[in-house]
Design a protein around this ligand. Structure first.
Ligand code: SF4
Length: 69
């Protein structure tokens, strides 16, 4: 599963970084950047929580062919 940030929607609220600091970093330009873009198998619930908590719905998870069914 891959993570995508729609940067034009990001307003730098940093909920993503607070919840999942291993994946997201809000930089000096006030935008969130991915530290890694592939969801570790044990982190699916964590990343779903990030998706739900982003105030501007800027984060999406995208299934990949490598994901277990
Ligand atoms: S929670 Fe959403 S709006 Fe806030 S920094 Fe992360 S991606 Fe941007």
């Amino acid at each position: 599963m891959k993570i995508e940030i729609d940067l034009p929607l990001c307003e730098g609220h940093a909920q993503c970084e607070i919840i999942a600091p291993d994946y997201f970093e809000v930089r000096d330009d006030g935008l969130a950047y991915l530290l890694k873009d592939t969801v570790e198998p044990g982190d699916v619930d964590l990343l779903n929580s990030v998706v739900q908590r982003c105030p501007t719905a800027a984060i999406r998870l995208r299934s990949t062919e490598a994901d277990p069914q």
